[in-house]
Design a protein around this ligand. Structure first.
Ligand SMILES: [Fe+2]
Length: 275
């Protein structure tokens, strides 16, 4: 290790701990940090102003004085120890936890911004993702659009999931997670670590194809066609050896089960028709 690299590493560790001490003093530790294994992770925070483009209730947003309010917390690239880290990185995967406290964004329930995943280089198949609800209740909205016309819907699926349930986002589906409950939602996901999510199409269309309000789903008029929602239930994914109720992190010990996330083109017979 060079001296310069050592100094940078030391500075990074010290600054992280200064942040943790600061958060403890502010009383925000519970929300902004997560103890995972023997490590403490610090959240990436989505604030209300980050959500502006995808909100149903623009009038409310214009009037609110809380644009810097925390909306949800993302703890990315979690590992319980250095051995797990090596295995996870070696398989090009990432394990994340997202925490979404309950609340309303004006007239709609709190939610994630929503995104698509890019295609695997050299294929026309995009990366899938697997979620598990750890605490609370989640409403997953999955949508598929025409490749050339992102405002033309091909499919809209809603899956409500409870603690332990698994939800697979198949290739080609954009996804938003909504917390329509009165409790904090905590969910985990495994996904390929080699790409960045694509946020622009959902932002350009002011959100996903539907917004969840207190009296049900409201259609987003910016999508050209009307497709009714298909309501589905969470499944076990026996073909991949994934069973609801089994903690998703422990797959790190049988990580080959997750090859479908990094090379979905080799698993199309299982992935097509998954929703
Ligand atoms: Fe995703």
């Amino acid at each position: 290790m060079t001296l310069g690299y050592g100094v940078i590493l030391l500075a990074t560790v010290i600054s992280k701990w200064i942040l943790v001490v600061y958060l403890v003093k502010k009383g925000n530790l519970m929300e902004l940090t997560l103890k995972f294994g023997n490590k403490v992770a610090v959240a990436d925070v989505r604030k209300l102003h980050d959500m502006e483009d995808v909100l149903f209730d623009k009038e409310w947003f214009e009037k609110t004085e809380e644009i810097n309010k925390d909306i949800y917390y993302m703890f990315r690239d979690l590992t319980k120890n250095d051995d797990d880290l090596e295995v996870i990185k070696g398989h090009h995967l990432r394990y994340d936890i997202t925490v979404i406290p309950p609340g309303m964004l004006g007239l709609e329930y709190t939610k994630t911004v929503g995104h698509y995943h890019p295609q695997i280089p050299g294929t026309d198949i995009s990366y899938p993702e697997i979620y598990q609800v750890l605490e609370g209740s989640a409403t997953y909205l999955l949508q598929k659009v025409e490749h050339e016309n992102e405002d033309v819907l091909l499919d809209v699926v809603v899956i409500t999931a409870e603690e332990g349930d698994l939800v697979l986002v198949p290739p080609g589906y954009g996804h938003v997670t909504i917390n329509a409950s009165e409790n904090t939602l905590k969910m985990a996901n495994w996904v390929c670590r080699d790409f960045s999510s694509i946020y622009e199409p959902i932002k350009r269309l002011s959100g996903a194809s539907y917004f969840l309000l207190k009296d049900g789903f409201a259609k987003n008029p910016l999508y050209k066609n009307v497709l009714p929602i298909r309501y589905l239930k969470p499944l076990d994914y026996n073909n991949f050896g994934l069973i609801s109720g089994e903690n998703l992190y422990i797959i790190v010990h049988k990580i080959e089960k997750l090859n479908f996330l990094t090379s979905p083109q080799n698993f199309l017979r299982y992935l097509t028709g998954m929703v």
